[in-house]
Design a protein around this ligand. Structure first.
Ligand SMILES: Nc1ncnc2c1ncn2[C@@H]1O[C@H](COP(=O)(O)OP(=O)(O)OP(=O)(O)O)[C@@H](O)[C@H]1O
Length: 471
């Protein structure tokens, strides 16, 4: 099987402004190892099919390639002969005259061939290690241009300026259009925080009868990126671009958390606090990823500082070590509360037969990080809610057990760990924790402090407010 590449076009080369052009003599496709081989006088590359973002049919105005295709893929410096310099991993763009059948499923229509509904790009500047703006400028913008989308006419860019930016945009523009029955695409360049802001802004207000859930494409730019990892968006090297180009949308399952009246959202490294939104007189927050208390909530809260954020994903492990091995040499904290669960498919609450706890985490996703499989039985977007929990143990044992989550989720096979399919969970502090830091709840990365006799209850929510795009 052979492909006929003509050249890489310098002005549409994605990833650098002055990419050189190449004459390609021979291109072959090897189905057995899924690799497209490009060989020419000054170019040589093996392109794994996994690295191909999209194949776009060229329209009649591409006169030099009538009936051809534009092929975009994640490039690397192996596309060049050694004497050519390229230090960036960019997104390359080639024109192809004939396409082997095996690549037909990678074809997406050009924006010029279809009606474009409204597209919002949200660039969350402070997510993760602050890469969203540069990824937009160096890659996303150029990729969208290669499939016929132009900033301004076919999409609107929204760059965050505060922690409220995503929420404000969603509850004004996006909700308004959804309620008018308009189909929308949100390209979200953030971590899980941007997702929970969108979910809440769309869930807390009433919907019209003609409400259309916006379709959200995630380009993961956060630290954990739990939802993106759990639904396969990061399975290839295209940083979410292949799902954006070729994915389809499915309803995003969510849960509802209700809180006691004195619960407060902690902000700005816990220097500020806010009341929670109220629904039917009850403080309410919606989530799509996780609700935890104990060790996990503590380490997310403690590591959400400017200092820790510099360390990227390592901030969670660093904070976990500090929580497990306190500097005064004392053992890790034994968290005290009454916990009840509503087992899946039942209608009666059951108390967890344990007074003290270390790890209590309910989740709708499988992975909290790419390799941290907290709930191995959770399948993508299935809507199941699973609870992982265990009681007090030594720091070394907690490290060992949760370390097994990095081995495909083997921690759930440990006798110490309880793992349950649930429809709901309730945590009641009952005045048993004096210090505020032991009463922190993590909800999709947001930190909410309960009062001394406070409580939180979560339940699966049976409605769709937003769709999510995945392969
Ligand atoms: N310009 C800004 N000014 C202040 N806050 C911002 C700004 N841009 C983004 N933020 C806030 O930064 C936080 C980023 O959270 P996000 O979840 O996207 O990234 P993360 O916490 O690194 O990743 P993850 O939740 O996946 O681990 C959000 O709370 C968001 O509101």
């Amino acid at each position: 099987m052979s492909l006929e590449f003509a050249w890489a076009i310098p002005d549409t080369y994605i990833g650098a402004d002055d990419g050189p052009s190449f004459i390609v003599d021979e291109v072959t496709y090897d189905g057995s190892n899924g690799v497209v081989k490009v060989e020419g006088s000054d170019v040589k590359a093996d392109i794994p099919v996994k690295d191909i973002i999209a194949v776009v049919p060229l329209t009649a105005d591409d006169k030099s390639f009538p009936g051809g295709y534009a092929l975009t893929y994640v490039g690397s410096n192996d596309v060049y002969t050694p004497d050519m310099e390229d230090t960036t991993r960019g997104y390359h763009y080639l024109k192809v005259l004939t396409l082997p059948e095996e690549l037909n499923n990678l074809i997406v229509p050009s924006a010029r061939d279809k009606a474009v509904h409204h597209v919002h790009i949200i660039i969350s500047t402070l997510s993760g290690t602050c890469q969203a703006e540069s990824f937009y400028e160096n890659s996303v913008q150029k990729f969208l241009a290669s499939v016929g989308y132009r900033a301004g006419s076919s999409y609107t860019i929204h760059t965050t300026t505060s922690a409220k930016s995503v929420q404000e945009l969603t509850e004004t523009d996006i909700l308004h259009s959804a309620n008018k029955g308009q189909a929308q695409r949100i390209i979200l360049m953030s971590g899980d925080g941007g997702i929970v802001d969108i979910v809440n802004a769309l869930s807390l207000q009433p919907h019209s009868d003609c409400y259309i859930p916006p379709a959200m494409s995630i380009l993961p730019m956060g630290t954990g990126n739990a939802l993106a990892h759990s639904i396969g968006i990061t399975d290839d090297r295209t940083s979410g671009l292949s799902s954006l180009a070729r994915g389809s949308s499915k309803p995003l399952p969510i849960f509802r958390a209700t809180f006691s009246p004195g619960a407060r959202l902690l902000l700005d490294e816990a220097t500020r606090e806010e009341e929670l939104p109220v629904v039917d007189k009850v403080p309410t927050v919606y989530g799509a990823v996780v609700c935890s208390w104990g060790m996990h909530a503590g380490l997310v809260a403690d590591s959400d500082t400017k200092e820790y954020r510099k360390f990227g994903i390592d901030r969670f492990k660093m904070a976990a070590k500090e929580a497990l091995y306190p500097s005064d040499g004392s053992p890790p904290h034994a968290y005290k509360a009454k916990i009840s669960v509503l087992p899946a498919g039942t209608s009666s609450w059951q108390a967890v037969p344990r007074e003290e706890h270390m790890y209590v985490l309910a989740t709708m996703v499988s992975n909290l990080e790419k390799t941290f499989t907290v709930s191995p039985a959770s399948s993508p977007l299935s809507g199941s809610l699973r609870l992982v929990h265990f009681g007090p143990t030594t720091a070394d044992e907690a490290m060992r057990v949760m370390g097994l989550a990095y081995q495909g989720g083997k921690h759930v096979d440990e006798p110490l760990v309880n793992y349950e399919d649930i429809d709901g969970m309730r945590i009641e502090i009952e005045g048993r924790e004096d210090e505020a830091r032991w009463r922190r709840i993590c909800l999709d990365g947001k930190i909410i402090r309960l009062e001394k006799d406070g409580w939180v209850e979560i339940r699966k929510e049976n409605r769709t407010v937003v769709d999510v795009v995945s392969m």
